[in-house]
Design a protein around this ligand. Structure first.
Ligand code: HEC
Ligand code: HEC
Length: 372
């Protein structure tokens, strides 16, 4: 195969831009102390790899070992649901990189939602959460699954009361926040745990930014194919041009103003995505381009879990883009013609994608169920 090699440098642009961003600043909280008397502070630089750029951390919820552990307990605790059967981890399974291996999620009483449960890692760099990017702050997002009648179907006063009468929470809310259990401090602790989940131990991390020697020849071909722009007049394509939406160390465009787009799945849109949030017709059909890390664990794929395998995903980008899809991203429309990858190009792309698997995330004891 003769892939052109110049465009791989785009991979370097995204993290370089990130370094110039400062940490996200939040308004200081009006009430409460938000820290216990004898907590053990955790320096974010001990959690996060420098290569990832500056994380977007709330300034009013400093990491402590106690609050992170409390957040982890709450994440795994089914008492957060109405009938104490469903925890966050029911849908966000560690062995699946915190995704759920079903098309759309199933929650309390077996009721199905309409979207595929997102994988959860490297969220400290996410500026828009959920498939449609409707949340910015983790502590606010948490209340949505807890109250959703299809997910955990809980109400807040009941949850507050349940937390207050659980002895382990009396102990741990005091340790972490010097406070009685309540849903506000609950959301802070869960925010800490979620923001602490990092996946940075893949072959791709050993490669980044340009140590090509870690790759097999096929992975290397896949890397170049992923990062090259096709010549729109030639078929099969000379490059697959994935990097515009999934490039850089995060394998994702994390700037929501350009990272929430339509990748051409359907002509007729049933789930409006971003358009359902903003109410604007030019946002209909736009979804967040997710990170392509850990794909071997996170099947099925897309916001509705329509593709069971990565082969199907690659076939979509090769032969399946729907050019009539409303608001189709211009970055994916190469002259209204399918790119038509060869079998060797598809195999190389797949091999490269698998270099972004991190087998330590799925067993890391820092994120595992503390009740076992
Ligand atoms: C019934 C299954 C279910 C349960 C239970 C559940 N989730 Fe989710 N989660 C989902 C689905 C589905 C999505 C995608 C929703 C969307 O985009 O509209 C999601 C998305 C998320 C995201 C967005 C990640 C990103 O990068 O955009 C976060 C964070 C999250 N969930 C955290 C939690 C937490 C914390 C809990 C427990 C309080 C929880 N979830 C409980 C199914 C579930
Ligand atoms: C124009 C931006 C864009 C380009 C270019 C692009 N994608 Fe995507 N990708 C997206 C969006 C948006 C989604 C989510 C779409 C949805 O669920 O509706 C997505 C989803 C995916 C998913 C599913 C991930 C998951 O967790 O469900 C995979 C895998 C993927 N893309 C791989 C690729 C590959 C490989 C290429 C290159 C051949 C590529 N993408 C090119 C925007 C893009």
């Amino acid at each position: 195969m003769n892939f052109r090699r110049q465009t791989g440098y785009f991979m370097l642009l995204v993290p370089a831009l990130l370094l110039f961003e400062s940490c996200r600043r939040e308004e200081p909280l009006p009430i409460g102390k938000h820290q216990g008397k004898q907590t053990t502070p955790v320096n974010p630089s001990a959690l996060y790899p420098a290569s990832f750029g500056a994380p977007f951390l709330p300034s009013d919820n400093p990491f402590t070992e106690e609050a992170m552990y409390l957040g982890r307990m709450l994440f795994y605790d089914p008492i957060l649901s109405r009938d104490s059967t469903v925890s966050c981890a029911s849908c966000h399974r560690q062995d699946k990189a915190f995704a759920q291996p079903t098309k759309v999620s199933a929650g309390i009483f077996g009721i199905q939602g309409n979207r595929n449960a997102s994988a959860l890692f490297n969220m400290a760099w996410q500026r828009a959460l959920f498939w449609d990017g409707r949340h910015r702050r983790m502590r606010d997002l948490i209340f949505e699954p807890i109250q959703d009648h299809r997910e955990m179907a809980m109400n807040i006063p009941l949850l507050d009361a349940k937390l207050k009468r659980t002895p382990r929470y009396k102990e741990w809310f005091a340790r972490a926040y010097d406070a009685e259990p309540d849903v506000f401090h609950m959301s802070l602790a869960m925010e800490q745990f979620l923001l602490s989940i990092v996946s940075a131990n893949s072959k791709f991390d050993r490669f980044f930014p340009r140590n090509l020697s870690v790759f097999t020849p096929q992975e290397r071909d896949g890397f170049f194919f992923f990062n090259e722009t096709p010549d729109d007049t030639i078929r099969p394509a000379t490059g697959a041009d994935c990097f515009h939406c999934h490039g850089g160390i995060h394998a994702q465009t994390i700037d929501p103003s350009v990272g929430i787009v339509n990748n051409g799945l359907d002509e007729v849109i049933t789930d409006k995505g971003l358009g359902g949030i903003t109410g604007r017709s030019f946002d209909i059909g736009k979804f967040k381009a997710p990170s392509l890390r850990n794909l071997s664990y996170t099947a099925p794929y897309m916001h509705d879990g329509r593709f069971a395998t990565l082969e199907e995903v690659i076939d979509h980008y090769s032969d399946g883009i729907d050019f009539k899809s409303p608001n189709l991203s211009p970055l994916i429309n190469h002259g209204n013609r399918h790119l038509k990858f060869t079998p060797a190009q598809k195999a190389a792309l797949l091999a490269f994608l698998r270099t972004m698997d991190d087998s330590t995330l799925v067993t890391d004891p820092r994120y595992s169920n503390p009740f076992r």
